[in-house]
Ligand binder design. Structure first.
Ligand SMILES: C[S@@+](CC[C@H](N)C(=O)[O-])C[C@H]1O[C@@H](n2cnc3c(N)ncnc32)[C@H](O)[C@@H]1O
Length: 293
């Protein structure tokens, strides 16, 4: 268990999808149309910290007719949810060959081939801890490495080594950038945000996390490694129509702030109470595409 529930990921998925920067995504799609795949016959994509497969569902309908995805996560429950969600999302299931893969290893999450929007999408599920296993994952042939809502969790030292090891183009979306606006304003907003940022920078398994600085670090490290980078904003812009997500965000933020202990619990409770019914909420994110020109 990673601490990210399938329910939370499902709640954020529609807002994640509509928030992705479409101009940058168009650039990635155009890039994929122009390249010759490393393994002829299909575009190969490796998605890091895939959760239940939201990033695939956002991108796959718009790229090549034959695709091969590897979804990587250390939470096997989320990967099993990914498999089930992708079967439910597909127009058809071409193969879900459980018999063959039973020979390979117990605990394996069986690969899948589906169709969606006239695309044929082969999907493998790889349960791996990216803290240690990123090099092996990066060595696998791929035309593109992707990630969504992942790079704010990692540590600066890990990110430095990851960027030095990266040889393939990277498209990462929805990295939290620390900007938040809640409406109407609350006197505690600034203090809560400061405490929340402090919590975002605690260890999420990789060492002290880069948190809101993730996109900035990633861009500058990739540039140092000779990548051309393009960044674009992808904020969640929410109103009363996103009440369920706003409410869970308020609950999660208040829980994180309480853990930091810098603000009296009574004050955090009051903030949470007002924010669960906020009329507006904007949460800043950044999308990034890095490639070698
Ligand atoms: C915020 S969720 C995003 C999930 C998914 N990309 C999405 O957009 O819905 C972060 C994901 O990173 C995964 N993750 C966190 N630490 C990891 C690690 N050390 N190795 C592999 N996956 C990890 C979590 O299990 C979770 O699925």
């Amino acid at each position: 268990m990673s601490g990210f529930s399938a329910e939370w990921l499902a709640l954020r998925e529609p807002v994640d999808h509509r928030s992705r920067n479409l101009a940058l995504q168009a650039q990635v799609i155009q890039y994929l149309e122009q390249i010759k795949s490393v393994v002829p016959g299909a575009i190969h994509i490796t998605d890091l910290g895939s959760g239940t497969g939201s990033n695939l569902r956002a991108l796959a309908p718009y790229i090549g007719v034959k695709q091969s995805w590897t979804l990587v996560d250390y939470d096997s429950d989320l990967l099993r949810s990914a498999r089930a969600s992708l079967i439910a999302w597909a127009d058809s299931v071409v193969s879900a060959d459980e018999g063959k893969s039973k020979l390979i290893a117990s605990g394996l999450i069986h690969p899948l081939t589906i169709t969606k929007n006239s695309k044929t999408i082969a999907i493998e599920f790889q349960c791996a801890d990216l803290v240690h296993d990123y090099q092996t994952i990066l060595n696998k042939p791929a035309d593109l490495i992707t990630a969504a809502a992942f790079f704010d969790l990692v540590a600066e030292s890990w990110l430095t080594e990851f960027c030095a090891a990266l040889t393939k183009p990277l498209y990462t979306v929805l990295t939290y950038d620390g900007k938040e606006t809640w409406g109407p304003p609350n006197a505690l907003d600034a203090d809560v945000l400061r405490a929340f940022h402090a919590h975002q920078s605690t260890d999420k398994g990789f060492g002290a996390a880069v948190g809101p600085s993730g996109a900035h670090y990633l861009q500058s490290l990739l540039q140092t490694q000779g990548f051309t980078t393009v960044c674009a904003p992808s904020p969640w812009i929410m109103d009363v129509h996103n009440q369920a997500l706003i409410e869970q965000l308020a609950i999660g933020t208040a829980r994180a702030v309480r853990e930091m202990g810098a603000i009296a619990d009574a004050a955090v409770n009051q903030w949470e109470y007002s924010r669960r019914n906020a009329m507006q909420c904007e949460i800043g994110h950044v999308d990034l595409f890095a490639y070698r020109a």
